[in-house]
Structure formats: C-alpha cells, structure tokens
Design a protein around this ligand. Structure first.
Ligand code: FPP
Ligand code: MG
Length: 300
C-alpha cells in the first residue's frame, strides 16, 4: 500500500466535507447579505462581483477563519465579517490573476472567467470593489490587529508580492528557497492569516496563536504544492480550469523543479508538519488534522 492509500484510509472525508459545507453555507449566506446591502446604483458592477463570488469556490479560507474561532471558543457571529472579507480578497485575486495581463485564463471553476463574460475593465473594477469592501468589513470588527494581519498577508509582503515574484520567475529556473518564498507569499500567507484572524478575534493565548500559525504555514505551503501537482496531473473537468497551463507559461513550480514524485513527498512532509503543530490542542483540533489530509488528497 503506498503512502497516499494509507492516508486515504486515515482521512475522515465525511467529517471534512461536513465541516466545509457547514462553514461554506454560513459564509455564503453572509456574503449574499453584504452584497445586497451595497447601496449602489451600478448594479452591473455588483452583478459582476457576485458572478465570481458565487462561482462555486471551496470556501476554504472562511472555513479556516470559522474553524479557528471555534477551536479557540470564540463567537462565530463575531468572525463572520472577517471570514467573508478574506473570501472577497481571495476572489479578487483570482479575477485579476485570470486577466490577459497575468495568466490569461478563460475558465475558472468550470465557468468562463469574469473578463470573458463582462470584459476586462469590469473585471478589474469588480476585483477592486471586492478588495475595498473586504477592508470595510474588516474595519467593522473594530480590531486593528486583524485589519493589519489581513493587509499584510494580502499585500506586498504577501499575496501581491508573491504574485509579482511568480511573474518575474516565469521562464527561469529559480532556486528552491525562492520558489518556497513565492508559495508562502502568494498562497500561504492568506491561508495562515485566515486561521490567525479566527484566533485573534477569539482571544487566543500567545501559545495557541503560535501553534495555529505553524499549522497555517505548513498547510498553506502544502496547499500550493498540491495546486501545482494538480496543474500537471489533474482532470480538467473536475478542476474546472485548464491543466498544463503552468508548463505552457514556463512557470516555476515544484513539479518542474523536482519532478512529480519528489514534489508529492514534499507535500506529504508539509502535511505531517501541519498536523504535528496541532498537538497542543488535543481532540479539539481533529477536524483541522483531517482537513490537512483532505487537502493533500483533493482532486480540485
Ligand atoms: C486557488 O485556491 C488559488 C490559489 C492556489 C492561489 C493562487 C494565488 C494567486 C492566484 C494570487 C493572485 C494574486 C493577485 C494579486 C492577482 P482555491 O483552490 O481555494 O480556489 P477556489 O476558491 O476556486 O476553491
Ligand atoms: Mg492562474
């Protein structure tokens, strides 16, 4: 039995799916409310924002915010605005990432990308609209630490900076430490910030915050490594976006640098490290252990 088969036996898929569905539904309901509340005569713009916001994302990041709050005994209603804000930032990043100036992708989550339907100008503005609304929601928490946390993870020192490095490294063979930096910033930072926001808004102890940060760092890295693997081995239909695009764009990825087998080992190693970080939480963190395995085994 190979190591992935073994993991499949250990992973309680149902528990994770139930967790993601429950948190996804809570997020979805609130997201609809926030869009409805936008008193804006330009309904076309809001429609475009909704097109991507409700296009069938996994809602992983808001689930991490809500799950982390639960782990630290926090109040779900208190963290819902941050969960939605982070999903808005994630959605904006995908809209802009798909634009012709960046990855030039026509499909995402099995649907035409936003600019294919509404045009590039509207896609840019819909992304901007989501990003600014996100910070309005974050500010509404009254917790400056949370606003700074998300700004930091989404900005030049996080997602935006990582995306820039990613573009700069196209067509080059970058050393593994730079590749890791790109992954950490581009994807890992927002995933980790999601967990930290849930913790910060639930009065987590410094030790608890450190442990969840460690989990988030490893989970985030594993997540992007799996994303790269799926871009090679994935099924276009299940994935809802083109496979092989990284090779086509001469992107620096782990599979390109190390080969598939080594890359899978690395993803597994990061998953184990993520799980180890949860030790101090005992049984309470079981769903996060399961989630780390589930994310490694995912096919979309
Ligand atoms: C898929 O997430 C997305 C990633 C793995 C992140 C990639 C990073 C970028 C595209 C950064 C772009 C940044 C800018 C500023 C343009 P997912 O599998 O959770 O997606 P889902 O919501 O469709 O499930
Ligand atoms: Mg892309």
């Amino acid at each position: 039995m190979n190591i992935f088969e073994e993991l499949k036996n250990k992973c309680n898929m149902e528990q994770v799916e139930q967790f993601l569905t429950e948190k996804g539904n809570q997020t979805e309901e609130a997201l609809r409310r926030y869009l409805e509340q936008l008193q804006c005569p330009d309904t076309g713009l809001i429609e475009a924002m909704g097109y991507s916001l409700f296009a069938g994302g996994k809602r992983l990041r808001p689930a991490l915010v809500l799950g982390s709050a639960e782990l630290f005994g926090g109040d779900i209603q208190k963290v819902i605005p941050s969960a939605c804000a982070i999903e808005m930032i994630h959605t904006y990043s995908l809209i802009h990432d798909d634009l012709p100036a960046l990855d030039n992708d026509d499909f995402r989550r099995g649907k035409p990308t936003l600019h294919k339907v509404y045009g590039e100008a509207v896609a840019l503005l819909a992304g901007d609209g989501l990003l600014t609304l996100a910070f309005e929601l974050l500010a509404s928490t009254g917790n400056a630490e949370v606003v700074v946390e998300v700004a930091h993870s989404a900005g030049v020192n996080g997602m935006v900076g990582g995306q820039y490095l990613d573009i700069q490294s196209e067509g080059k063979v970058v050393p593994i430490n730079i590749l890791q930096e790109i992954h950490r910033k581009k994807t890992g930072a927002l995933i980790c910030a999601s967990l930290r926001c849930g913790a910060l808004l639930s009065n987590a102890s410094p030790e608890g915050l450190n442990a969840i940060t460690e989990y988030g760092n490893h989970l985030g890295l594993a997540f992007q490594i799996v994303d790269d693997i799926l871009n090679v081995t994935g099924d276009e239909k299940t994935l809802g976006k083109p496979v092989g695009s990284d090779t086509e764009h001469k992107k620096s990825t782990y599979p390109a640098l190390l080969g598939l087998e080594q890359t899978q080992k690395l993803a597994l190693e990061q998953t184990h490290k993520a799980i180890s970080a949860l030790e101090c939480f005992g049984e309470k963190a079981e769903v996060f252990r399961q989630l780390a395995m589930y994310m490694l085994l995912r096919n979309h």
